[in-house]
Write a protein that binds this ligand. Structure first.
Ligand SMILES: NC(=O)c1ccc[n+]([C@@H]2O[C@H](COP(=O)([O-])OP(=O)(O)OC[C@H]3O[C@@H](n4cnc5c(N)ncnc54)[C@H](OP(=O)(O)O)[C@@H]3O)[C@@H](O)[C@H]2O)c1
Length: 207
């Protein structure tokens, strides 16, 4: 089982946190608003603790569950406090219309996180292609992950498996920009072809 910290107290933080507790992981939640973190820790139960925003997180895996515009600034604010940690970026940098990415072509927030984080930290993109409300249903879904550090990716994959989800490696961190594009495709499907947010991407092997 893994030791994780979640920075953020919103939808993805509470959804991943609940699955993490159910999966027997050690969970810490951290928010800029300590009262929201305390409330979420109480809701999650299972011995969930709270940490101080900006201080060294307790978990080996640190899931940053913030809006895309806040992810890199918060990682930069943490600075050396994230040394040696595996940082998981879950964000989708989608514009307000939901019809394009909000960052320049050829870039990704995850790679921005890697540039802002201490050299001893590793960054893994994960969970951005699964809607929180669908994750919360507790069904076995595919979680696409990308990162350059195989050991870090293996640790995140083990954590994902503990949630009864299937981790699928798409390659190095440069693939994060395409995962972020896939997040945009999910939103396009929700707005058009599917018509709602109650679906998930699934990788199958035809027999
Ligand atoms: N929701 C989904 O289905 C889903 C699926 C895949 C990926 N994602 C990605 O997951 C990320 C989080 O989404 P969400 O739905 O969980 O969002 P959310 O419910 O709005 O939660 C956002 C969190 O960010 C915190 N925050 C905002 N500004 C901050 C700042 N300047 N410094 C520190 N914390 C700040 C908020 O704290 P306060 O309460 O104090 O404002 C809140 O805890 C997003 O990047 C999104 O693209 C979401």
């Amino acid at each position: 089982m893994s030791s994780i910290s979640i920075i953020g107290t919103g939808n993805m933080a509470s959804t991943i946190g609940a699955l993490a507790v159910a999966g027997g992981n050690t969970v810490e939640v951290v928010g800029r608003d300590q009262s929201k973190a305390a409330e979420l820790a109480k809701t999650l139960g299972g011995g969930t603790t709270t940490g101080e925003f900006g201080a060294v997180p307790a978990g080996d895996i640190v899931i940053v569950a913030l809006g895309y515009a806040n992810v890199v600034p918060v990682v930069a604010q943490y600075g050396d406090a994230l040394g040696g940690k595996v940082i998981v970026d879950v964000c989708n940098p989608v514009n307000s219309a939901g019809d394009g990415l909000a960052i320049p072509d050829g870039t990704s927030i995850a790679e921005g996180v890697a540039a802002a984080a201490p050299a001893s930290a590793s960054v893994v993109k994960a969970f951005n292609t699964t809607f929180g409300a669908v994750l919360a249903k507790g069904q076995p879904l595919d979680v696409l992950i990308a990162g350059d550090d195989e050991h870090a990716k293996a640790g995140v994959a083990e954590f994902v498996e503990s949630l009864d989800l299937r981790p699928l490696d798409v390659g190095g961190l440069t693939m994060a920009q395409y995962l972020e594009g896939t997040g945009l495709v999910m939103i396009g499907l929700a707005q058009h072809g599917v018509g709602n947010f109650d679906f998930a991407l699934c990788v199958t092997s035809p027999s």
